[in-house]
Design a protein around this ligand. Structure first.
Ligand code: GLN
Ligand code: ZN
Length: 764
């Protein structure tokens, strides 16, 4: 019997120690040349292939590596470039980076999240009738490199349907398939000429609630591509299943060498797929190990899927693979020495995933005792995880089990709370505030490093942070802001800061995952039941409040955002874990209130991005996500003012859920759309409580004038009325310098004073 093969759809790019980051940054700074950057990139690719090949992977990816982003790579290779950069295609590497990072004259391509991951891609900008020009060296160069290493590799190409659907600028993007397919065909010819025998064509958009006419368009394009080449076309789908309506049937009836299905996210599609493929010769690539999360694979579950496929199709027709590209995982769990050995034993990053694939391939051809031998370590780890006291904290479980509907409700409705809050603290009309963070200056980062490195002791560190907090308070008093913040100097990151103090979280030392370009994040690993052993922010808040008569807002990251930006345990439902986080944060909210905080802000930056990819699953998610926010703040007194903040403005059909958060004050991003966002909720979808639409964009160092801010305030007043209006920037100021932050806030205060005066003049 022939053996199954193993494959990966894509591998991490930044290097085990983020080697790509300094290489890029020093090139951008003009300190090194393009040759050095190319060399680093080449070395990273070679090392990656060697590791995967040594681990026993049969099909290695090529062209998945990127100097910035793979969607940008595709736009670049197809010549689908915006006009505002001039003849950017002729400018080589600098042209490529200009699209990603902008130039003095042209803003960069917009960046947005890659499906439901925390990776960001650059949104290609298309225009009708655009001329395309192929440049295949993104694949052909690395193909030659892999050949020189004696390794065969399969090019990874983002397919035309997904490329077009992920772009902007065309009203009916799929109408452009006719123009794009010939360029893709030429690409296939060049890949074949460069020695490829198969091509992986990624079409993640195929599974996302596609209409029949869109499926027709895809089928037409695919058939044309398949007819024009001898290469084996391998269609890769991931993150959701194709088992929606007739999609699976339609797609599997197309001529293809192999189809890849994500069986971690969508195991239900295996059985129908096997039925459909039984009498065809298409291979099936089984995405059985998780490319999106860090837990050791349940080998018994995976082998069940493999066995089913093998008995329907035969081993020689199956490929064993991760569910999606491994781009979203860190490199190697075995390197982590800081994570308790118990927890580390439950983890699988990229290196461990590769090993799992070869174990599963061997097991596919084995039975009985040999299987037991192969699976023993994973079984032991999973059993230990299941039985651990960390994953089963009875007190946490009991507390969540005892919740009733009343635990999600504040005592009284907003109007009564508003009265009570006004009686407790008198705020002027158009109250002013900021979103939380003040500039994270070099000395603050240096102090954090020194604490970690042991050069600074905890006492000295605390005193230093207190001095930064005092500075932020005195600046805000001078500016005349009404509700102050402590400035978040002590926080490295809005999720990590809380994760580090909550039970149930672990932190890796090397667990970097690319976010975009040279930016990487190290997501916390949420492995157990969550609780809060001790107050997390109360000391800093108390210090800040002791320095001023004005109210200082308590500042917390919300449960959904903490959940969303972590690797979350997969042995319990996300909803249950989020409820545990909400209860832990509720303890903090109540401690802040007891300490005297009048206003407490709970940030939910990631509420919208948690939306499931499939339309049909969204309602349920938003319901429990909003419930978790409500649970976090429900027990506070009427006269405690709850704020929340969201870093975006396109709420679309989510507005009713935002209303249901029932925060007393909601601050959102609004300046970039010129307050247009406020039109998105006219009539009954208006936010009924107080609202602070951001009056300037904090993402750029540009200082907006008082006139400009005043105009935005006028627009906001016209839309929501001034009784409920707050004045604040779009987001926190941590990425800004002090000079520009203060200058912008001065103008914000000046604009506010003018609007207030305007009103007193009116009412006289
Ligand atoms: N309170 C946080 C800050 O000001 C909020 C950041 C965010 O929403 N991303 O930095
Ligand atoms: Zn924000």
């Amino acid at each position: 019997m022939r053996m199954a093969r193993t494959a990966v759809l894509g591998l991490p790019r930044v290097g085990p120690d983020r080697e790509l980051k300094p290489a890029l940054e020093s090139y951008w700074a003009g300190k090194t040349g393009s040759d050095e950057l190319a060399q680093t990139a080449r070395a990273l690719r070679a090392a990656t292939w060697r590791r995967a090949s040594a681990a026993g992977i049969d099909v290695l990816p090529v062209g998945d590596f990127s100097l910035y982003d793979h969607v940008l790579d595709t736009a670049w290779a197809l010549g689908a470039l915006p006009e505002r950069f001039g003849d950017v295609g002729a400018k080589g590497l600098d042209g490529y980076f200009a699209l990603a990072r902008g130039t003095a004259g042209a803003p960069p391509l917009e960046m947005t999240k890659w499906f439901d991951t925390n990776y960001h891609y650059l949104v290609p900008e298309l225009r009708p009738g655009q001329e395309l020009r192929l440049r295949a060296d993104h694949w052909t160069g690395p193909l030659r490199e892999s050949a020189e290493l004696g390794l065969a590799a399969r090019p990874v190409v983002l397919g035309p349907l997904s490329f077009l659907l992920l772009s902007k600028g065309l009203e009916r993007p799929l109408d452009a398939l006719d123009a794009f397919v010939p360029v893709y065909r030429q690409l296939l010819r060049e890949l074949a000429a460069a020695g490829a025998t198969e091509v992986q064509i990624d079409e993640p958009c195929l599974a996302l609630d596609r209409r029949p006419d869109e499926l027709d368009a895809f089928a037409g394009a695919w058939t044309e591509l398949a007819g024009a080449t001898d290469l084996g076309l391998c269609l890769a789908t991931y993150f959701v299943g194709l088992d929606d309506g007739t999609t699976l049937e339609r797609v599997l009836s197309l001529p293809m060498h192999e189809v890849h299905l994500d069986l971690v996210r969508a195991p239900g599609q295996l059985a129908p797929a096997l039925e459909l493929l039984r009498d065809r010769d298409t291979r099936l690539s089984l995405g059985v190990v998780d490319g999106r999360n860090v837990w050791i694979t349940d080998h018994d579950r995976a082998i069940e899927q493999i066995d089913a496929a093998s008995s329907a199709l035969g081993d020689e027709r199956i490929t064993i693979a991760p569910s999606c590209s491994l781009l979203h995982l860190p490199y190697e769990a075995a390197r982590e020495t800081g994570i308790a050995a118990e927890v580390r034993g439950w983890l699988a990053f990229t290196a461990e995933r590769l090993a799992e694939l070869t174990v599963l391939r061997e097991a596919a051809g084995a039975r009985g005792e040999r299987r037991d031998e192969l699976f023993a370590p994973a079984r032991a780890a999973i059993a230990a995880r299941r039985a651990s006291t960390h994953t089963n904290d009875a007190a946490v479980r009991d507390r969540a089990a005892a919740l009733t509907a009343g635990d999600y409700e504040r005592a009284r409705a907003y109007p009564a709370r508003h009265e009570a809050q006004r009686a407790r603290v008198e705020l002027p009309e158009l109250p002013t505030t900021t979103i939380g963070s003040y500039p994270q200056t070099d000395d603050i980062r240096a102090a954090r490093r020194a604490l970690r490195g042991g050069e600074l002791d905890q006492g000295a560190y605390d005193r230093f942070m207190e001095s930064r907090i005092a500075e932020a308070i005195s600046v805000q008093e001078r500016l005349g802001l009404d509700v102050l913040v402590h400035g978040e100097a002590e926080r490295n990151d809005m999720v990590e800061y809380f994760g580090e103090q909550l039970a149930g979280f672990a932190f890796s030392a090397h667990g970097w995952v690319q976010s975009y370009g040279s930016r990487c994040v190290k997501p916390p690993i949420l492995f157990g039941d969550v609780s809060r052993p001790a107050p997390m922010t109360v000391g800093w808040w108390r210090h800040a409040q002791s320095l001023t008569e004005r109210p200082v807002k308590g500042m917390l990251t919300g449960p959904v955002t903490i959940l969303q930006w972590s690797f979350v345990r997969d042995d319990r439902p996300r909803r249950e874990t989020c409820t545990q986080i909400a209860l832990a944060l509720q303890d903090e909210v109540l401690d802040l209130e007891r300490a005297g905080a009048f206003a407490i802000q709970v940030d939910e930056a990631a509420l919208r991005e948690g939306l499931p990819l499939r339309e049909s699953e969204r309602e349920e998610y938003v319901r429990w996500a909003v419930d978790c926010f409500r649970l976090t703040v429900a027990p506070v007194r009427d006269d405690t003012q709850i704020h929340t903040h969201m870093c975006y403005s396109e709420f679309g059909d989510m507005m009713e859920h935002i209303v249901r958060l029932d925060a007393d004050v909601l601050s959102i991003e609004a300046s970039r759309s010129g307050m247009e966002v406020l039109d998105a909720f006219p009539g009954k979808l208006e936010y009924p409580n107080e609202i602070g639409p951001g009056v300037y964009d904090i993402h750029s160092p540009r200082v907006p004038s008082a006139d400009e801010i005043e105009r935005l305030l006028e627009l906001a007043e016209a839309r929501v009325g001034r009784e409920r209006l707050w004045v604040n920037p779009d987001c926190g100021l941590k990425t800004r310098g002090w000079t520009e932050a203060v200058a912008a806030l001065e103008n914000m205060m000046e604009a506010t004073r003018r609007r207030r005066a305007e009103h007193s003049a009116d009412s006289r």
